[in-house]
Write a protein that binds this ligand. Structure first.
Ligand code: SF4
Length: 421
């Protein structure tokens, strides 16, 4: 059996970090990471299940990979594997399905696979183990998994059913992982998780203590927080960030709706007014009056077409987003997910209406992003240039997540460069 392994990852940055960790485990055993092909011995597929469409995409991918690598053992993990192990095991070519609690055993289980089909998963409420992970492979940035699982149970979301209860590693372990990342010459780290700000549930430590400990790691020059619930981005954290730390003025915060009735039915933990006040507080603390609405980059998640959402509810959301003026909107048409309270509701919104609402928010997002970008023209910024070469150009991101392009210069890769936008 050749010691050649291939990885295919779908879904979020958390999945990419976990696949990187699996790849490092195989490499430590002398395996070579290659692209899927006929001479591959093992294929690992890390799946996503955020929508029905994501499940279908996974099934098609598995079938395609089985054709590409007919002799390879196929190991499937990730959220879809935890939610529907038998559905995946029934697909031709799948040897093992590894659930949320057994990711740490995947390499051993794949090496020991005997040609019979096996599913290694347990009920989600029994999931306790934390699979440590950080992404490698990019020369400039790494995604560090600091938290897993979620205790929130929003009415539309299957993630708690796929990833289990909120849990985390001790700060000391995460600091040593950040040191490993720094040793690779990577200077920017993005903290990732399922409900990242809910860090500390299993160790009794605080998210702020984690940020402070990571801030002191030599070699890492910048940190971003991948996504955080508005109620968990506290004033204390913000005032600490404002004291001149490595944490950047870039926040990805889900609002999901701007209508209080919809927020309540979604089981979200804030009102529209509280959300708006939180954004204003962040700006009060991290922006000068001259920089108002132009320094902090807010990427905001919005769901359109949640069951029962009327035209007027949607207009409330639209008006609130216009007022808040974020730099970018991540827009999701509501997807009916089995096992969630919202899926059982009779008042589902028609797809055509969802599409119209998505289009309106996309136009708004383009307008907001253009005005945010224009407002930063002529400003000094610090850009971390990436290695990608496209049309003689290279690109990178400023502190406040503006994408900057310049003529390619390999000496600038992975370095933070000061320039005028
Ligand atoms: S907080 Fe996020 S991950 Fe948790 S249930 Fe709500 S939407 Fe899902």
């Amino acid at each position: 059996m050749s010691k050649r392994v291939a990885f295919v990852t779908l879904g979020c940055k958390l999945n990419y970090a976990e696949t990187s960790a699996l790849a490092r485990q195989f490499a430590a055993l002398g395996w070579e990471e290659v692209r899927p092909g006929p001479d591959v011995a093992i294929v690992v597929i890390n799946t996503c299940s955020v929508t029905e469409h994501a499940d279908k995409k996974c099934r098609n991918l598995i079938r395609r990979l089985h054709k590409t690598a007919p002799d390879a053992k196929i190991a499937v993990t990730g959220c879809y594997a935890q939610l529907k192990p038998q559905e995946i095991l029934a697909i031709d070519g799948v040897d093992l399905v590894v659930g949320a609690d057994r990711k740490g055993d995947l390499v051993r289980l794949a090496l020991e696979a005997d040609g019979e089909k096996h599913s290694y998963s347990c009920e989600i409420n029994e999931v306790e183990r934390f699979f440590p992970a950080w992404s490698s492979g990019e020369r400039t940035r790494s995604f560090l998994k600091v938290q897993d699982g979620c205790d929130y149970h929003c009415a539309y979301c299957t993630v708690p059913l796929a990833r289990g209860n909120s849990r985390n590693l001790p700060i000391a372990d995460l600091v040593s992982q950040a040191r490993e990342i720094a040793a690779q010459g990577i200077v920017e780290v993005v903290l990732t998780g399922v409900n990242t700000g809910d860090f500390g549930k299993t160790t009794g430590e605080s998210f702020l203590d984690l940020l402070k400990a990571l801030n002191d790691v030599p070699g890492i020059e910048r940190y971003r927080i991948s996504s955080i619930e508005p109620n968990l981005l506290t004033e204390e954290i913000l005032r600490w960030i404002a004291t001149g730390t490595k944490f950047l003025p870039h926040f990805h915060i889900p609002i999901q709706s701007g209508c209080n009735r919809t927020l309540k039915e979604m089981h979200r933990r804030y009102t529209a007014a509280q959300f708006e006040a939180k954004i204003a507080l962040i700006r009060d603390i991290l922006e000068t009056p001259e920089e108002r609405c132009t320094r902090v980059f807010f990427g905001i998640d919005v769901i359109v077409g949640f069951p029962g959402e009327t035209d007027e509810d949607f207009e409330e959301t639209y008006r609130l987003l216009e007022r808040i003026r974020p730099a970018f909107l991540h827009i999701f048409p509501y997807s009916r997910r089995a096992g969630t309270p919202a899926a059982a509701r009779p008042d589902q919104v028609q797809d055509a209406i969802k599409t119209l609402r998505v289009q309106r928010l996309e136009a708004l997002s383009d307008r907001l992003h253009a005005s945010f970008t224009a407002a930063n023209a002529g400003r000094k910024a610090h850009v971390l240039f990436e290695s990608t070469l496209k049309g003689g150009k290279m690109f990178g991101y400023t502190e406040n997540y503006l994408r900057v392009e310049r003529p390619y210069d390999k000496d600038l890769i992975g370095r933070i460069t000061e320039l005028i936008i």
